[in-house]
Ligand binder design. Structure first.
Ligand code: DGL
Length: 282
């Protein structure tokens, strides 16, 4: 069997992590990537941490088999539930996680009120409590679980009256509380950023962590795989546990990318992933 190409693995419950993939490939077009979307289980936000950990371990094993040398948890929810357990379970592989970007928000707020938009799993988790305690003692942090936004992005509903109404339902209370900086603490929300910015007005600053996460992952990748790894060739493989044809359309809509998507199957106990035989043709 041919040895797999060393690559950066990227993992999210769905399309949200594509916001990180896009930044990574913009910074380093020659870095080989493997992207897994666990769309059979999206959204992760309301799920218990133990369940997310179980999914994340199986995805990690799969990404390792396919050649991942570094894994980006391109999901705040996965990072909140699984980053430390994964580091313990797979000490041989570096993981890059994401925490709510409260630190840069605290440095930029003028009103002293920071809105943090995220999922239940992220905003209720210990990682969130820690960043608020460390970086925002002098600010007022207003967390908001934006129920429905992940599903909205998965459905491709990024503009128009319906999309606007869903976004307003969570955004208005935060703006009314006086927030002048909004932290996008869910990678899916990056795709709603134009809508959120339009509704908030130019005075409000949005912080999307994707560029910083991509920069950090690239540093780790360089250290791990060496400079020559930056010119291995622009290989990008996309996998989903959902419908590969649908994911292809989402790639087109969200990141303007055409290309095959490989289907993955969970085993019955949802502890391991295997590649579907052959690519399904549309
Ligand atoms: N995009 C992920 C995050 O950053 C997961 C969202 C979900 O599946 O609920 O939190």
């Amino acid at each position: 069997m041919k040895a797999p190409i060393p690559a950066v693995g990227i993992f999210d419950s769905g399309v949200g992590g594509l916001s990180v993939w896009r930044e990574l490939v913009r910074l380093a077009p020659q870095v080989p990537t493997l992207y897994v979307a666990d769309q059979a289980h999206v959204p992760y936000g309301p799920r218990p941490p133990e369940e997310i950990r179980r999914f994340a371990e199986a995805v990690t094993r799969f990404l390792r088999e396919q050649g991942a040398q570094v894994i980006i948890l391109a999901s705040h929810t996965v990072s909140a539930s699984a980053l430390w357990p994964l580091r313990e379970a797979f000490p041989e592989i570096p993981f890059v996680g994401i925490e709510p970007a409260v630190k840069p928000a605290a440095a930029r707020t003028r009103s002293g009120v920071i809105g943090v938009l995220g999922t239940l799993g992220t905003l209720n988790g210990p990682l969130m409590a820690r960043v608020v305690e460390r970086f925002a003692r002098d600010a007022r942090v207003v967390p908001r679980v934006c129920t429905g936004w992940v599903e909205q992005v998965e459905a491709g509903l990024l503009e128009g009256p319906e999309a606007e109404a869903c976004v307003r339902a969570h955004l208005d209370p935060i703006l009314q509380a006086g927030a002048d900086v909004l932290v996008l603490a869910c990678t899916h929300y990056a795709f709603l950023a134009p809508l959120i910015q339009g509704l908030s007005g130019p005075e409000v600053l949005l912080i999307d962590p994707a560029p910083a996460v991509a920069r950090q992952a690239l540093e780790v990748w360089r250290t791990r795989a060496g400079e020559q790894s930056l010119s291995l060739g622009p290989m990008a493989r996309f996998f989903t546990t959902g419908d590969p044809h649908r994911f292809q359309e989402q790639l087109r809509q969200l990141i303007g990318r055409d290309g095959p998507v490989e289907g993955l199957c969970w085993d019955a106990a949802e502890r391991s992933l295997t590649l579907e035989q052959g690519l399904r043709q549309p």
